[in-house]
Design a protein around this ligand. Sequence first.
Ligand SMILES: Nc1ncnc2c1ncn2[C@@H]1O[C@H](COP(=O)(O)OP(=O)(O)OP(=O)(O)O)[C@@H](O)[C@H]1O
Length: 240
Amino acid sequence: MALLEVDNLVYRASERVILDGLFLRVEAEQVHALIGTNGTGKSTLAALVMGCAGFRPTSGQILFDSQRLDSLEIHQRARLGISMAWQEPARFEGLLIQEYLTLGARQADASALLREVGLEPDLYLKRMVDKTLSGGERKRIELASVLGLKPRLAILDEPDSGIDMLSTQGLIEVIQAFRRQGSAVLLITHREEIAATADRASQICDGRIVCTGSPATVAAHYKNRKCLLCDGLECGYERT
Ligand SMILES: Nc1ncnc2c1ncn2[C@@H]1O[C@H](COP(=O)(O)OP(=O)(O)OP(=O)(O)O)[C@@H](O)[C@H]1O
C-alpha cells in the first residue's frame, strides 16, 4: 500500500474541470516528481492533498497511509505528517526566523536547518520572517521549516521557481536531506535536473496523470509529446 494514494480524483472550480480522474501513488520514503506544463493542475492537486481552505474533491478519494483524508482539515493532515512548502511562501510578520523554524518542531535545531538550505545561521536566526527577506531567502526558510517538521510526506511546490531561488545543487541537497530523514516527497518542478533526482516521476496533463515511471522515462515522454495539452490518447496514455 502506497503512503499517498489518489484515486480517480475530480476537482471542478468555477464550472471548470481542473482535475479529471487523476490517479497517483507516492510510496513511503520515496521522492516522486510531478511534472507538466503550466496550468495542468499540479498546484491544485497539492492543495487538495494538503486540504487547503476551499479545496475539497468534487469526487474520487485521497488516502494517506490507508486513511481517507476527505473530512480532515489542514491541521489534522499536518498532524498525520503531511507538510507543504508553497510555491509562494507566506510571510509571518513579527516572528524571528529562529522562532519560525521551531514553531511546529520545538526540538528542531534551527541553525542546522538553516545550514541545510544554504543560509548562514549567524546572519539569519535573529532576523524577522518579513518583507526584508528576498523571495529566495523566504523560500529557503520555508523549506527549512518543512524539513524540521520531519513530515512523512513533504509536498514541495516548485521549490526551484522564480529568481534568486536555491541553486540547483543546493536544492538537490535539500531533497536528499528529506530522503535521509525518511520523508516521502511530492516534488512539483519544471526543471528536468531536479526531477531527475527523484525515485519516480509522473507527468500530469490536462488534469490527469498520463505517464508514470523513472524520471528519465517520464521526462522523455513529456518532451516527445505531440501536443501542449493532450487528451491522453495521442501520447498512448493507458490508465492502469
Ligand atoms: N478557482 C478556480 N477557478 C477557475 N480556474 C481555476 C481555479 N483554480 C485554478 N484554476 C485553473 O486551473 C488550472 C490549474 O491550475 P494550477 O495552479 O493547479 O496549475 P499548475 O499546473 O500548478 O500550473 P503552474 O505550472 O503554472 O504553476 C489553471 O488553468 C488555473 O487557472
